[in-house]
Ligand binder design. Structure first.
Ligand code: KG4
Ligand code: ZN
Length: 357
């Protein structure tokens, strides 16, 4: 069974890899583009905040409760009936195993009940695909994917085809570093948006924090890799010393200096990778792509090298169902073979597998 690909084809996407239950609905338009009809999100983030990180069991239970109402809301917002849906896409991995299972089970049930094809897609590729909803068809691009679980540089010649990883974090993900440093500074979870906000009234040159894997020696072996755990430790040590001395911690300045160190390395390596691969479009995706400083610095540095930057609006950067529907619609439009109904959830699905069976 393959999906209908004529204009008007409607794809419903389900995302449950972490703490957001996302259901998106898109429609293929008659110019080969995709139109976003609905993007419903139910987040369990507040239930995790007091633990300082996502608790997998709590996330799974929240997905179970939120799933069916979110699907109903998405269909109502999109103004489509269940029988109008032509294909169901779902995040098959990577992510939290129990959380993924809820979405995959729901997607199978809807696909079977509605008798439409099922596409199990890669969460990271979906973070790239979401850009098409805002900026149109994607040319071959270099993708900087920065989220709570991943920080990668990917060569993406074609959204529906294999991607080549050029580099990745060797320890913490960029979003993880934001979350851990926020905790050190007494800011709420998830820390990224709070650091972003605090940094606006701080000085980015207050402290010169280390830039991981940028020394000449590191660049030989880890040219396009990242490391943020040394930076996080440097922030922790500085804050501890300050507290011991009895002086107040200038939260805004530390946040701005930390954020600058992360954004400096991410943008420097991303622009360098695009330039060295001869790729003219640089896409930023994932939750950390919502960061205001990252967006500005990336634009500045890319422009100097003649590279165009594509970045979705912040609400599409963090996890959502629209991104899954966007990648699913790409699979339908290309006539890709759907996943089987016994599709497993794969918590460590490699970034090279855009589609899962
Ligand atoms: O993509 P995402 O929603 O979930 C994962 O797939 O991990 O990313 C979540 C991460 C969190 O670590 C969060 O702190 C970070 O994205 N984040 C930000 C911002 N908004 C979200 N980091 C920096 N600045 C932001 N404005
Ligand atoms: Zn994500």
């Amino acid at each position: 069974m393959t999906g209908r690909t004529e204009p008007g084809t409607i794809v419903l996407g389900i995302e449950t890899s972490c703490d957001e239950t996302g259901v998106g609905v898109v429609r293929l338009d008659d110019r080969g583009g995709v139109e976003l009809l609905a993007d419903e999100i139910a987040s369990s983030v507040e239930q995790h905040a007091r633990f300082g990180g996502v608790v997998p069991e709590v996330a799974s239970r929240a997905h179970l409760q939120a799933m069916v109402p979110a699907v109903h809301r998405a269909l109502a917002t999109a103004g489509v009936r269940a029988r109008d849906v032509d294909a169901v896409a779902v995040t098959a991995g990577p992510g939290l195993a129990g959380a993924l299972l809820v979405g995959v089970a729901a997607a199978k049930a809807y696909a079977a009940a509605w008798d439409v094809p099922l596409f199990g897609v890669n969460h990271l590729a979906a973070h790239v695909a979401v850009d098409t909803l805002q900026n149109g068809p994607l040319p071959p691009c270099l993708a900087l994917l920065v989220s709570g679980g991943h920080s990668s540089l990917l060569d993406v010649p074609d959204l529906a085809g294999p991607v080549t990883p050029l580099g990745a974090t060797i320890d913490d993900a960029a979003g993880e570093a934001f979350d851990k440093v926020a905790r050190i500074l007494g800011l709420p979870f998830p820390g990224g948006p709070h650091i972003d906000r605090a940094a606006r009234s701080g000085s980015s040159v207050f402290l010169d924090f280390p830039r991981g894997l940028t020394s000449r020696r590191d660049l030989e072996r880890h040219r396009f890799d990242f490391s943020f755990s040394g930076l996080k430790t440097a922030v922790a040590r500085w804050v501890e010393a300050r507290e011991r001395s009895g002086e107040p911690v200038p939260v805004d300045d530390v946040a701005a200096s930390f954020q600058e160190a992360v954004c400096d390395v991410l943008t420097r390596k991303a622009v360098e990778a695009a330039a060295s691969e001869g790729i003219e479009d640089l896409l930023i995706g994932g939750g950390v792509a919502a960061n205001s400083r990252l967006r500005v610095l990336c634009e500045e540095r890319a422009a100097r090298r003649g590279i165009r930057v594509r970045v979705p609006r912040p609400g599409l950067c963090t996890d959502n169902g629209a991104m899954v529907a966007a990648l699913g619609s790409e699979m339908v439009a290309r006539g890709r073979r759907p996943s089987a109904l016994d599709l497993p959830a794969d918590s460590s699905l490699p970034v090279t597998s855009v589609l899962a069976w």
